[in-house]
Design a protein around this ligand. Structure first.
Ligand code: CAA
Ligand code: NAD
Length: 278
């Protein structure tokens, strides 16, 4: 199977890695060679770590050898499945899928790793709504078991079945839901992260205390502010905006502190600073 990934960032890189670990031929595309080089380095480090821990039988170089890095979208022409993992912005994703729909062979399936944006709208932009689906991996992709599969209004049973089976071949557990803003995962997770940010803004406690209380008190593996930094505060804000606009209720209003931090370029781990310094 020929597996395409658009975006070599933290999610695209992880998806490409796990697809290659599963034996697929993978093509990853990004807009600049430096982003591809950075993604390749992250994948190589992750493969080496997994191999050292005995969680990867194949040699890292062999797995890496299955991934082709490119800046050309045309290289997706003969892919059976292409998963998009670019910035969480509906206009940017719509433009990409309009283009991609004219490149990938007609029987190819297109999927979005979007965290929150309506799958049905992206499917329309692609021009092949029955062969379009949400395939939502969790971060960090090599370690997390879930793939949330989101069916758009016109997604065919064959497409859903193919993507479900592909997720299983990747060693993941696919769970299906319908197309609502934020799906299940982020409709429930993101308001909690937003509330933790609101607690910082209102001076309820210091970030370390908020994270500690949720880690030790609720047995969460990461505190909500550490997790928000890990996801990316820009992505968190985009998701909250989709929830707020799409569901209408003010309980989904992004915290003003979240908005301010994104405006200041404090995006979390990826920019070197968010609630913590990296
Ligand atoms: N590849 C390989 N190894 C990795 C890795 C990766 N991508 N990322 C981390 N590791 C390694 C670490 O380097 C560490 O190695 P050492 O033991 O050698 O130091 C090891 O994995 C595990 O580290 P820890 O012992 O600190 O942690 P852990 O094993 O208990 O769990 C974790 C790590 C799975 C990431 C855990 O902290 C966790 O589950 N965090 C929450 C993650 C989460 O909630 N993800 C969902 C985010 S929301 C989302 O993805 C959806 C969205 O749309 C926003
Ligand atoms: P990121 O910023 O780490 O990476 C995005 C990559 O896409 C960058 O390398 C960028 O250069 C590239 N890109 C942007 N526009 C492009 C285009 N037109 N063509 C090709 N490449 C392009 O972002 P990320 O955290 O990997 O998130 C990507 C997507 O995955 C978003 O939709 C996000 O909501 C979703 N997601 C994120 C997480 C998370 O925890 N960060 C989890 C699940 C899903």
């Amino acid at each position: 199977m020929k597996f395409g990934v658009i975006g070599a960032g933290q999610m695209g890189g992880g998806i490409a890695q796990v697809a290659a670990q599963s034996g697929f031929d993978v093509t990853v595309q990004d807009v600049q060679q430096e982003y591809l080089d950075r993604g390749r380095t992250v994948i190589e480090k992750s493969l080496t770590k997994l191999h050292e821990k005995g969680r990867l039988d194949a040699a890292p170089a062999e797995v890496l050898g299955r991934i082709q890095f490119t800046t050309h979208m045309q290289d997706f022409a003969d892919c059976d499945l292409v998963v998009e993992a670019i910035v969480e912005n509906q206009a940017v994703k719509n433009a990409l899928f309009e283009q991609l729909g004219g490149i990938v062979k007609p029987e190819g399936i297109l999927a979005s790793n979007t965290s929150s944006i309506p799958i049905t709208a992206l499917a329309s932009a692609s021009g092949r709504p029955e062969r379009f689906i949400g395939m939502h991996f969790m971060n960090p992709v090599p370690l997390m078991a879930l793939v949330e599969v989101i069916r758009g209004h016109a997604t065919s049973d064959e497409t859903a079945q193919f993507v479900t089976q592909t997720a299983e071949k990747m060693g993941k557990t696919p769970l299906t839901c319908n197309d609502f803003p934020g799906f299940v995962s982020n409709r429930i997770l993101m308001p909690m992260l937003n509330e933790a940010i609101q607690c910082v803004m209102e001076g309820v406690a210091e970030p370390e205390a908020i994270d500690g209380i949720m880690k030790l008190g609720m047995n969460h593996p990461m505190g909500p502010l550490t997790l928000a930094d890990f996801i990316g505060l820009d992505t968190c804000l985009s998701i909250m905006e989709v929830l707020h606009t799409g569901l209408g209720d003010d309980k989904y209003r992004p915290s003003p502190l979240l908005r301010k931090m994104v405006q200041a370029g404090l995006l979390g781990r990826k920019s070197g600073e968010g609630f913590y310094k990296y």
